[in-house]
Design a protein around this ligand. Structure first.
Ligand code: SF4
Ligand code: SF4
Length: 348
């Protein structure tokens, strides 16, 4: 007998449907994949998960059988569902997100006038539990200078350091390839203001990505771009985005002048790193206010199927005086399911 008629269908718990205004998305947070689906299929997945095929046909009627069959073919082909007599034995993923530290990530900006003491900053970040740091150099520097900075992060809890650096001749591909292979703490290096674009620089350890771009990253205003290529599909970031802000939660930053901020592009400062510790900035009233703004609270984003895989931006807003406004640099319209620029595709 066909297992459909005796068993109930169940979505794998790592395959989470997200409803959008015009269409929906299934996020496979374990395999890091996503697929767009019609809202009709989203309704079946949310209303009938754990029920039999016959119950669905009974409610939808024989006329809709071909569409429902097509849906189930798609779900089985993509391994989003399985059939079982005991769906109650397969609970959903625990939706809670937490991290054993006050800070998970940080941005440190520098230009030719910056005088940061990286050893002090890294030690303070480490004490706060920070695991990922992005160093954005608007000026250029040598691999020797970068190596000296990396040395100051040794014996800390920092696990990854990403770089944005302005191109100079010594940052040629061979030298950078070797440098990244020797320094596994680097996960991403963007060489901006380069003479050519190249996003396929081979690195032996495979987990590092090096990108050369002719674009100039001249200051913090370059940040805040929302694009499908930046979407992230994995369990921790999906669960974090459901509860908290997908850019600013547990983030702290030091700008080019040493001022401590939520991010270098936000106006409010919480003291200067030369006189204020990161910890005392963090405990100041309102430092964490933006951490709590998740995509379900943001206008337009709350109707977008990409809302839990998309990064957010609270610095550059569509309506600058409304902290619940959509990111100003996002061109996606969830009501028409289109990107206004051609740079983005649906990535599914
Ligand atoms: S809030 Fe916007 S500008 Fe600030 S770090 Fe996030 S994306 Fe960048
Ligand atoms: S509307 Fe744009 S910023 Fe908002 S969730 Fe969708 S893609 Fe992200």
């Amino acid at each position: 007998m066909n297992q459909k008629s005796i068993n109930k269908f169940k979505l794998f718990s790592n395959c989470i449907p997200v409803k959008g205004s015009r269409r929906s998305l299934i996020c496979d947070v374990q395999r890091g994949e996503m697929k767009l689906i019609p809202n009709g299929l989203y309704e079946i997945l949310s209303d009938y998960n754990g029920k039999t095929y016959d119950e669905i046909i009974e409610d939808y009627g024989e006329d809709n059988k071909p569409t429902i069959d097509e849906y189930f073919e798609f779900l089985e082909e993509n391994e989003f569902i399985f059939w079982t007599p005991d769906p109650e034995n397969f609970p959903d993923i625990n939706p809670e997100w937490d991290y054993p530290g006050s800070i998970t990530n940080a941005i440190i900006d520098s230009n030719e006038n910056s005088t940061h003491d990286y050893a002090v900053i890294f030690q303070q970040l480490s004490d706060l539990g920070c695991k990922a740091v992005q160093l954005r150099f608007y000026n250029t520097c040598s691999l020797e200078q970068i190596e000296a900075i990396l040395k100051t992060a040794e014996n800390t809890r920092i696990q990854h350091i990403d770089f944005f650096i302005k191109y100079n001749d010594t940052l040629n591909k061979e030298a950078v390839q070797k440098f990244c292979t020797d320094n596994l703490i680097i996960q991403f290096m963007c060489i901006h203001s380069a003479t050519t674009n190249d996003d396929k620089v081979e690195i032996e350890n495979y987990s590092t990505r090096v990108l050369y771009t002719t674009e100039a990253v001249a200051d913090h205003t370059h940040c805040g771009i929302i694009a499908s290529e930046y979407f992230v599909v994995n369990i921790p970031s999906f669960l974090e985005a459901k509860q908290y802000n997908s850019c600013l939660n547990r983030k702290i930053s030091v700008d080019i002048n040493g001022d401590i901020r939520n991010c270098p592009s936000l106006p409010k400062t919480y003291g200067n790193i030369t006189t204020t510790s990161l910890h005392s900035a963090l405990v100041q009233k309102d430092f964490k206010d933006l951490w709590e703004i998740n995509k379900d609270q943001i206008e337009i984003c709350k109707d977008c199927e990409f809302r839990f895989v998309c990064t957010d931006c609270r610095a550059f807003l569509k309506e600058p005086n409304d902290k619940f406004s959509k990111p100003g640099k996002c061109t996606y319209d969830p009501y028409t399911a289109t990107w206004a620029d051609n740079a983005n595709i649906d990535a599914t």
